[in-house]
Design a protein. Structure first.
Length: 224
């Protein structure tokens, strides 16, 4: 079974390389790659880079180049205060993109770029506690002024990449699992990690360590 794990943000990839310091890193057109063996599973790690453009291109590249049976995106997200807690792991069941502005017609862009992930291959009970939920994506940290709107759309957290990754995977009928840990909380007034990059980086290290520790049990639990 061919498994590719996509890592998006620079801080997330840096954390992975600290977890596995002996990685034999190679280059791809999008970012660094490396192979790792986790409890009997051979996994290809792929650093896609941050944002929608890099994520969409990297996802298509991985699908065409590696032809994986399963693609997994592990990373962080900003949780909405009152709906999530620090350290929650979000099992993403739907994504949408909220930062595209169309002023000439009535195209429903949110619905057009929304994706529902097929999670039927992940039987319950899950090996670890998770929050199944909707993730909002944009090429932006979560603006406090948009939190009320994003909550009204059903989202419980947000990130930069999941919407693009899910949309391209859906177009290719590729099996995708997204697990994102809540690294910081945002409310209608502020984000606790804004202007505090070291806080985000430190929490990212912990989240990535937990996600990779849990990954073999997720893989053993899948119906593939």
């Amino acid at each position: 079974m061919k498994i590719v794990v996509i890592i998006s943000a620079i801080a997330e990839w840096k954390a992975v390389k600290e977890i596995y310091p002996a990685l034999a890193v190679e280059s791809s057109p999008y970012g660094e790659t490396a192979g790792v063996r986790l409890e009997g599973f051979d996994i290809e790690l792929f650093h896609s880079g941050w944002g929608k453009i890099a994520s969409a291109g990297a996802m298509q590249y991985v699908i065409d180049h590696d032809k994986p049976d399963l693609i997994i995106n592990l990373g962080t997200c900003g949780g909405f205060e009152g709906l999530t807690n620090l350290g929650d792991i979000v099992l993403v069941e739907r994504t949408f993109i909220y930062d595209i502005v169309e002023l000439m017609g009535d195209l429903n862009i949110v619905d057009y770029y929304a994706s529902r992930l097929d999670l039927s291959f992940i039987p319950e009970p899950y090996p670890y506690p998770v929050r199944r939920g909707i993730l909002a994506s944009a090429d932006s940290d979560l603006p406090p002024a948009k939190i009320t709107y994003l909550k009204s759309m059903g989202a419980i957290a947000g990130d930069w990449e999941s919407g693009a990754l899910a949309w391209v995977a859906k177009k290719n009928n590729a099996r995708l699992l997204i697990l994102r840990g809540v690294s910081d909380l945002v409310n209608e007034e502020r984000g606790e990690a804004y202007d505090n990059l070291p806080l985000f980086e430190e929490r990212t290290k912990n989240i990535m360590r937990i996600l990779f520790e849990q990954l073999p049990d997720w893989l053993r639990n899948l119906n593939l």
